[in-house]
Design a protein around this ligand. Sequence first.
Ligand code: SF4
Ligand code: SF4
Length: 296
Amino acid sequence: MEAALWKIIWTQKIVHIVLFAALIVAIVVVFLFRDRLSKRPLIFKVIRYGILVVSFLYAGLYLKAQPTTTNIAIAISAAKDGNFPMELFLMEPFIFLSFAFIAISAVIWGRGAYCGWLCPYGAMLELLNSIAGKLKSPWINLKVPPSANRVLLKFKYVALAAIVGLAWYNFMLSEFLTEVEPFKTFVLKLNRQWYFVVYFIVLTLLSMIVYRAFCRYLCPLGAAISIPSILKNFLPVSKLKRRALCVSCKVCAKSCNSAAISAAGIINYAECMQCFDCQMIYHDTHRCTELMRKNK
Ligand code: SF4
Ligand code: SF4
């Protein structure tokens, strides 16, 4: 009896599957030790940027391990006929492993474990932002006024609802809408029609002018991953540390590029990218006012 095609694919790609799984394990280890690592900002930054480079270059450009809402649309379209295309998903081992990580990490840590660490396009944006931030240009990382931010955050859910809704009735149209994500152009290294390339460049530049604008405002996949965190009874199991006085001192909120910390000092896990900046401040005896007060 012949082996199933997906098993043959997994056997052929076993070395890269192990390496990709090692990348996921490295991220999990960082999250398990995030409290200790947050006390050592230099070591943490080396590890963080190392992982981001691997996610961008190796996972993204080499393995093309970039899940998209097309995968979700395929699952919904097949569900209409009472199937779940498990074999189809298994034939793409890196996409399969990415979705497995998303499903588990979104419940434990929220959206940021994937969006802030493993997503190849997100990793590229994060790296570009860090490099551009060094230029200290007034056109980089502009802050969006809170009222506009609140409205813009909803756009990604509209994009997700349109893709998911259409997948049920008209798969082709839904597939077309998934082009809102620049992922195909990204993994194909810009080897596509000029209008896709222009869209990719515009979106990427916009995401440098406003910190990760695509991820925060438009990405339907990011919206799907945020769903557990917007359900009140389903907040991440493992939360970031806060102090009682985080309501009055706004130092973390001001330094959070994702604007994920509210005026009341509450973290919105649907927007938090798990960059751990606020956790490093939490342990910083020169920046955390509550810590300074305690030490006195
Ligand atoms: S929001 Fe979308 S592009 Fe951004 S990191 Fe998340 S999945 Fe990737
Ligand atoms: S600084 Fe903001 S994005 Fe980073 S971990 Fe804290 S709340 Fe999340």
